[in-house]
Design a protein around this ligand. Structure first.
Ligand code: TRP
Length: 349
């Protein structure tokens, strides 16, 4: 029997859904989200924001959680959280997420969502929690101790996905273990108490990961990420001081020349062109010319998004209202699902 939980099986499910989505968008509910630990950057934009907007515009029911309780999985502070959350809403709206069609909400404002954690925790064993490779990797990367929340946050993600009966979650390959845990939880709940929750599938993204300006993984802590909220000048400065190599001739060679190639990839994705073609054009003009090309491509692409961003920043009341309305809707949905859960469990008194 083929292994249901394998990467191949997940890929097959994802391909089927990709093919079916344009035909039957009404059959799908998407949930995804972000931790409000800083500003969204180009990696988020090309890696997931574009896809969210595409699904929204296609007619899929779309939901986005600003995962404020996840901030404390691997850090001991909620400093700047208010500012990060509001800027995240601004980034979403500037990129084309439409609050009329996409429900935007925060964990902390939706008690019934969080309450699903109790029955869900009873459906997973301690050994399963410890086996999740993504949690292990995150713990090692952050150097934080394995708190109860860090160990169990994939179960909390199951609450995020299942409270709104989400059945697709756009993910990178590293997030598949989380989706697998959600699938298990839904299946076990339905088997034990009767069917409440849908089958969930990860929708694997075809876009390769955009590297940071220095060729390493894009991360705010490496200083190699261009945020959506940066000005054109800040963007130019960051690109200008990024590291290249001593070879004048510009070539696209991600293995041998990660820095130069990351710059070419960035210019390519923003201008919709093949990075090799851009390299050929620059040829012997060197890193200075390459950086000018990248700066123009990035600033050109993000000019309208940044203009919208600035306009939104001038109206903080509107941003608060968007979030309040998203939270109100999320509470309605979560209360309804929790009522079904109580009913299934015989806990209506
Ligand atoms: N873990 C995601 C991130 O770090 C955010 C998130 C929270 C999420 N809950 C989710 C993603 C549920 C997918 C499904 O950005």
């Amino acid at each position: 029997m083929p292994n249901e939980g394998s990467y191949e099986a997940a890929l097959r499910r994802s391909d089927q859904i990709h093919a079916d989505l344009p035909e039957h968008p009404e059959n799908y509910t998407m949930l995804t989200g972000d931790r409000p630990t800083g500003r969204l950057h180009l990696g988020h934009y090309f890696g997931t924001l574009v896809d969210r907007v595409r699904l929204q515009d296609m007619g899929v029911r779309t939901n986005v959680v600003i995962a404020d309780y996840q901030v404390i999985t691997d850090r001991d502070t909620t400093a700047n959280i208010q500012d990060n959350v509001l800027n995240m809403v601004v980034d979403y709206l500037a990129c084309g997420i439409d609050p009329e069609r996409t429900m935007i909400f925060t964990h902390s404002a939706v008690p019934a969502l969080n309450q699903l954690m109790l029955p869900f925790l009873s459906l997973v064993s301690e050994a399963e929690l410890h086996r999740n490779p993504t949690v292990k990797a995150e713990q090692e990367a952050s150097g934080h101790e394995l708190t109860g929340l860090l160990l169990t946050y994939p179960v909390h993600q199951a609450c995020d996905i299942l409270f709104c009966k989400g059945n697709i979650v756009p993910v990178g390959r590293d997030q598949l273990p989380h989706i697998e845990q959600t699938r298990q939880i839904a299946r076990r709940f339905n088997k034990r108490y009767g069917k409440v929750f849908p089958e969930v599938a990860g929708l694997l993204t075809s876009t390769p990961l955009l590297p940071g300006l220095d060729g390493r993984k894009m991360s705010k802590s490496y200083g190699n990420a261009i945020s959506l909220s940066m000005t054109a000048d800040e963007t130019a400065r960051l690109i200008k001081k990024s590291k290249t190599d001593s070879e004048r001739m510009i070539t696209f060679d991600p293995e041998g020349r990660p820095e130069v190639s990351a710059l070419l990839t960035t210019a390519g994705i923003c201008s919709g062109r093949d990075p090799r073609e851009i390299a050929d054009e620059i040829g012997n003009d060197g890193a200075g010319a390459l950086k000018r090309t990248v700066t123009e491509a990035v600033n050109g692409y993000f000019e309208p998004i940044r203009a919208r961003r600035e306009e939104l920043m001038r109206d903080p009341t509107y941003i608060h209202d968007v979030l309040a309305e998203g939270n109100r809707k999320a509470n309605e949905v979560a209360n309804q699902t929790l009522a079904e859960v109580r009913e299934a469990m015989g806990m209506v008194y």
